[in-house]
Ligand binder design. Structure first.
Ligand code: ADP
Ligand code: ADP
Length: 208
């Protein structure tokens, strides 16, 4: 198997499913969103440039994203393939990716827009281990996060105004990738408007 792309709108459940699939496939998760947030936190040049786009709910320029990905793909754990989460998001990103990695599957998680806002606005994560939860749909266990050190984090861009802009960017700039990958015989989609384990089962079946 080569690398996998998890595809879908913001809040579709890409990160949630990546963590679950990782337990089976062993492929490391490569999330450009997580890499950008780490750069913002570190106050690096990339972080300073990216932040204004992220706060606006707009896509960060392709050149910035591709520089991050090229560096990431040089790390030893990427040599056996990775699971991309939130990348590629534009056709130029996909074109560059095809020169950097062999993609075996693009797995799309299909979720209608009206579900996205409620998913994003209830999202919480553990700052200690990165586990993703939801206030109502996937609450933190009453005994706390499985890592034992729950540190609740909410993203500044997870608010209704920014989500609507992120959805618009998705429809205009990212959704055309579905046809692009379909033309290359790599695109598969699953109904993401179901519970988390049912979606994982379908994704794993597609990878068999
Ligand atoms: P979500 O999980 O809601 O889809 P991400 O964590 O993937 O959000 O991304 C957060 C923000 O980081 C995006 O709104 C965008 O500004 C930026 N970003 C992340 N990945 C990319 C990418 N591949 N191309 C351009 N911008 C990106
Ligand atoms: P993405 O990485 O695509 O932005 P996340 O995995 O962070 O999406 O999920 C967004 C929010 O929706 C999180 O709060 C998560 O717990 C919740 N969620 C994920 N999958 C489902 C699902 N199938 N049903 C309900 N809520 C979900």
């Amino acid at each position: 198997m080569g690398s996998i792309v998890l595809f879908g709108p913001p809040g579709a459940g890409k990160g949630t499913q990546a963590q679950r699939i990782m337990e089976h496939s062993g492929l490391p998760q490569v999330s450009t969103g997580d890499m950008l947030r780490a750069a913002v936190k570190a106050g690096s040049k990339v972080g300073v440039e990216a932040k204004r786009y992220m706060d606006e709910g707009a896509l960060v320029p392709d050149s910035v994203i591709l520089a991050l990905i090229k560096e990431r793909m040089l790390e030893p754990d990427a040599s056996g393939g990775v699971m991309f989460d939130g990348f590629p998001r534009t056709i130029p990103q996909a074109e560059s990716l095809s020169e950097l990695a062999e993609i075996s599957h693009v797995l799309a998680i299909d979720v209608p827009d009206e579900r996205i806002v409620e998913r994003i606005c209830g999202r919480v994560a553990c700052g200690n281990c990165g586990a993703v939860y939801h206030d109502s749909f996937n609450p933190v266990p009453s005994s706390g996060c499985t890592c034992g050190k729950y540190d609740e984090k909410r993203r500044a861009d997870d608010n209704e105004t920014t989500v609507r802009k992120r959805l618009e960017a998705y429809h205009q700039q990212t959704a055309p990738l579905a046809a692009w990958y379909t033309a290359r015989g790599l695109f598969h989609s699953v109904d993401g408007d179901r519970d988390i384990p049912a979606i994982t089962a379908d994704l794993l079946a597609l990878l068999e």
